[in-house]
Design a protein around this ligand. Structure first.
Ligand SMILES: Nc1ncnc2c1ncn2[C@@H]1O[C@H](COP(=O)(O)OP(=O)(O)O)[C@@H](O)[C@H]1O
Ligand SMILES: [Mg+2]
Length: 314
């Protein structure tokens, strides 16, 4: 759906903000473009949406080439920039109608589509001027605006920036819903792990204009996550803890409801230790409710990825 090859941008002052970026986004993806401030996210999104000319490299969107077919590309994409103006005196409905006319949409279709969009973004019953909207409501209206011409892909530059946790969650829920119900592909930038972790199926991590890693979130978690952590829940946590402390290569901590067991062992050693734990618990008549591998969080993944680069800013 979106592909870049060797995409680079050097600004007029000689600063290279994006360097040799190869991205691949498939139809239906919710793709997270994650990196700290100054990583080159906005520069990249501007190039992908035809607002900024690349210094090098190619962009194709929906099989169209940005260098030759940017007008056609603009018909299939919607964009929510990092900061954008609103007309404070308009209502949400008037705002969407204004852009529908500007984009030459069929206004008969808009008579049902605009109320549908307003409902989708949780502004269906609101008929007050945008000047009285909260920032979260403005962002949701902005997302509705990106969809006014029925695009296949929407680009959102830090849509949750400056929102409180509730506002952030609303945006996440909304984007998941739009991705499913309208089958729209989503490209979102963020410097917040949480946004990407709960929302995206794929992620690319950038730093200093360069790609550090990209892929399915699940496979990155397996690749970089902590592999040695198990969760153990039993009928007698105190006794369990005592028993496990007898095994030298294991560290035990608690997380409130269960014991967390870190095994400092190679793969065959781990299996042996697991067997040992089960046997000891059985011998002591302790019931086992749960004994499972702890899936790594994206936080761990990012920490590993960026710690090798001399920082943990993400
Ligand atoms: N017009 C410009 N001229 C020179 N440097 C720029 C320009 N715009 C952005 N930059 C620089 O490029 C780098 C990447 O910026 P940006 O793409 O906005 O990053 P992000 O969105 O990830 O915070 C930053 O160091 C920024 O200062
Ligand atoms: Mg930015």
């Amino acid at each position: 759906m979106i592909q870049t090859r060797h995409l680079s941008k050097t600004y007029a002052n000689g600063f290279t903000a994006v360097q040799d970026l190869n991205l691949k986004i498939e139809k239906g993806d919710i793709f997270g473009f994650l990196g700290p401030n100054g990583a080159g996210k906005t520069t990249t999104i501007r190039m992908l949406t035809g607002l900024l000319k690349p210094s090098h490299g190619e962009i194709t969107i929906g099989g169209l080439d940005m260098a030759r077919q940017s007008t056609e590309i603009k018909k299939v994409i919607g964009v929510l920039p990092e900061s954008h103006g609103y007309y404070a005196w308009m209502t949400g409905r008037e705002y969407l109608k204004y852009f529908a006319q500007l984009y030459g949409q069929d206004m008969k279709d808009m008579r049902t589509y605009i109320p549908y969009l307003l409902e989708k973004v949780g502004l269906g019953s609101r008929n007050k001027p945008i000047g009285q909207y909260s920032r979260g409501m403005r962002q949701r209206l902005g997302i509705a605006k990106t969809l006014i011409h029925h695009p296949q892909i929407i680009f959102l530059d830090e849509p949750t920036l400056g929102l409180d946790p509730v506002g952030q969650k609303d945006i996440q829920k909304l984007l998941l819903d739009l991705n499913r119900s309208l089958e729209v592909t989503v490209f979102i930038t963020s410097h917040l792990l949480k946004d990407i972790e709960v929302l995206c199926n794929k992620v690319a991590i950038v730093r200093n204009g360069k790609l550090i890693e990209q892929g399915e979130i699940r496979s990155l978690q397996t690749k970089y996550g902590e592999q040695n952590l198990m969760r153990l829940k039993t009928s007698d946590p105190a006794k369990t803890s005592e028993i496990i402390k007898l095994i030298a290569s294991v560290d035990v901590t608690e997380d409130g409801q269960a014991l967390l067991i870190r095994m400092n062992e190679s793969e065959p050693g781990k299996q042996r230790v697991k067997g040992q734990i089960l046997k000891l618990l059985l011998a002591e008549n302790v019931d086992i409710y749960e004994f499972s591998k702890v899936e790594p969080t994206m936080e761990e993944v990012f920490f590993r990825l960026v710690s090798g680069e001399g920082g943990n800013q993400i």
